[in-house]
Design a binder for this molecule. Structure first.
Ligand code: SIN
Ligand code: FE2
Length: 229
């Protein structure tokens, strides 16, 4: 639109972005029914997240859990929130106490809760109030095999995933393990939401390729927010 020599860009950067000089975040990408990718959605609060993550890992150190099949997981995990995701030979379950320390998990930081809520709302899931956050740290070469997240009580609640550090190729499959998976590169600060008809889609992570991130070194860190109960 051009009015008296000025170009008015109705869909240009927001006022806040113009003030700070930051680029406007790209619009939400709909990947499938119930699955939305929000590129760079967490970036604005990066410093705060790093600080909160450091405190969580200090109180609840990353651990390599054992799968029900008796294998040691490659990924190192911890949790925050009322419920922590745990795996043992006896099965997967959400637990109030950290099996490593015998203590409750660190509280879910308010900024984490807000971002997960806002991302879910943008993806079409208003009112999301997570009570569990699983933290996964992937060293180079680490992968996560295809699985469904189905140990939460109310499957109408979505899963919100936030990625930090080096990129990962995320496999977003279908409702059957054998369905062809979409390959999606998740970058530092990206947020992915899946719920509704996408809630039980199989997903996983390809082996992390060697790379370097200024804040996370060679690793990738992913946080998934869930409503466990
Ligand atoms: C998960 O499925 O628990 C984690 C997914 C990811 O690391 O992106
Ligand atoms: Fe998962």
């Amino acid at each position: 639109m051009n009015v008296s020599g000025h170009t008015l860009d109705l869909f240009g950067p927001s006022e806040a972005a113009l003030r700070t000089g930051a680029a406007a975040p790209p619009p939400p990408e709909r990947l499938a029914d119930g699955a939305v990718l929000l590129r760079g959605f967490a970036l604005a609060d990066e410093a705060l997240w790093r600080e909160a993550l450091d405190a969580i890992v200090q109180a609840a150190p990353l651990q390599q859990m054992v799968t029900p099949g008796g294998h040691t997981m490659q990924v190192r995990t911890t949790s925050c929130g009322t419920w922590g995701w745990t795996s043992a030979e006896s099965g997967y379950r959400y637990a109030r106490l950290n099996p490593l320390t015998g203590q409750p998990w660190p509280a879910l930081p308010e900024a984490f809760r807000r971002l997960a809520h806002d991302a879910a709302a943008l993806a079409g899931f208003p009112g999301f109030d997570p009570d569990a956050c699983l933290v996964n740290r992937y060293a180079p070469g680490t992968r996560l095999s295809l699985h469904q997240d189905r140990h939460e009580r109310d499957l109408r609640q979505p899963v919100v995933s936030v990625s930090w550090g080096v990129p990962a190729v995320f496999l977003f499959g279908g409702l059957q393990r054998s369905d062809r998976a979409l390959r999606l590169t998740l970058q530092h600060g990206d947020v992915l939401v899946w719920g509704g008809p996408a809630r039980l889609r199989f997903h996983g992570v390809m082996p992390i390729a060697p790379a370097h991130h200024p804040a996370f070194g060679p690793d990738r860190v992913n946080l998934t927010f869930r409503r466990a109960f």
